[in-house]
Write a protein of this length. Sequence first.
Length: 216
Amino acid sequence: MLVDDQALLRVGFRMVLEAEDDLTVVAEAGNGADAVVLAAREHPDVVLMDVRMPRMDGIEATGQITTANPDTRVIILTTFDLDEYAFGGLRAGASGFLLKDTEPGELIAAIRSVASGEASVSPRVTQRMLELFGSKLPAPNPEETVAETRLCVLTSREHEVFRAIAEGLSNPELAERYSLSESTVKTHVGRILQKLGLRDRVQAVILAYELGLVGE
């Protein structure tokens, strides 16, 4: 689904996407409010979401769509790399962000990536965004035990891997640190995301920050 208040941009995106045999545009919306309604009706696999729109912005729409439709993935479209709106979109539940002038091949690859359950922005980039905009998150209270409570469902190894994900380590780096095969690392990461109710590794980095685990 394409969500942007500029009709010409939607036309351009549609032309690029529908040239691919495995991609179909099922709906378009010119504002966030309409996007929420259409997403509930059409159940798109992926939503390309603009941020600055009338009636309801893309961040609010992203939050509502990902809450109501957990299987729908959202990619935020932004004009500036690492801006506050891209960060807000990730916090709201988006699986990544793209610049509006991204190359068609990168756009298509990102859509396929998030549709398969991956994130289209690396955890390292998310970490950088937390450094820039983390002050807008509620400050973690070191006296609270919320982290221990939330993470008690993890095994000791999964807890270690979760902290390493929060550092921005890739699967090969995780495998090297813990002397594991990459397939075993993928299994650990998948279980961690499932147990914590997270969509992808980007959301794991954000959760770690919110729980006060980043920078410990």
